[in-house]
Design a protein around this ligand. Structure first.
Ligand code: ADP
Length: 193
């Protein structure tokens, strides 16, 4: 199964992706996690992405498309994957279509988690508090200023990705305000599993 999870920062994509990994043995492909690993390891991609990410802006399409293209060609992705945080622009969605067509792959579902923007800041503040309590480092972009930019980027650049898939009749929406287990069930319902 190959699917995309769409939704703003704090919508719960990572939580739901993790559950699908556990229940369906899919691979989670989070461009945010991959980029953070690149920054941590000081790779050439990481060096380019570091400041852009810390500001809450989007890394270039070229970089993330390259990362995903390499990653989905790995053998563990043959069984299926969940794209979490990609595509984030219409150009990325078009590049994804082209790379899937080239490798004879097809998407099974595009699922959008719908949430009220008003609750997102609170959810992210809660995540920061929980990470701090666990002694984990806080993300460089989990601060008020960068978060505002991430939400702006979502509205301007990523919301049109939902329209892109909706116009192809491929978009399914789920109420991301519902309790976590209910969101999981709604996603399973859309996947027919
Ligand atoms: P969140 O959804 O919580 O904002 P992510 O972990 O998905 O966070 O992404 C963190 C940051 O990584 C983004 O703000 C952006 O700078 C960069 N990033 C992740 N995925 C992409 C992408 N597909 N295109 C461009 N930039 C990306």
């Amino acid at each position: 199964m190959k699917l995309i999870l769409l939704g703003p920062p704090g919508a719960g994509k990572g939580t739901q992706a993790q559950r699908l990994v556990e229940t369906h043995g899919l691979v989670q492909l989070s461009t945010g996690d991959m980029l953070r690993a690149a920054v941590k390891n000081g790779t050439p991609v990481g060096l380019k992405a570091k400041d852009v990410m810390a500001r809450g802006e989007l890394v270039s399409d070229e970089i993330v498309v390259g990362i995903i293209e390499d990653r989905i060609a790995e053998p563990d992705c043959a069984k299926g994957f969940i794209l979490d945080g990609f595509p984030r622009t219409v150009a990325q969605a078009e590049a994804l279509d082209a790379m899937l067509a080239k490798s004879g792959m097809k998407l099974d579902a595009v699922i959008e988690l719908k949430v009220d923007e008003g609750i997102l800041v609170g959810r992210i503040e809660k995540r920061v508090a929980e990470m701090t309590a666990r002694g984990e480092p806080v993300r460089a972009d989990d601060n008020a200023e960068a978060l505002k930019k991430r939400l702006d980027a979502y509205r301007a650049q990523t919301a049109p990705v939902s329209d892109y898939y909706a116009s192809k009749g491929a978009l399914k929406t789920v109420d991301g305000m519902a309790p976590i287990d209910d969101v999981t069930k709604a996603i399973a319902g859309h996947l027919g599993v």
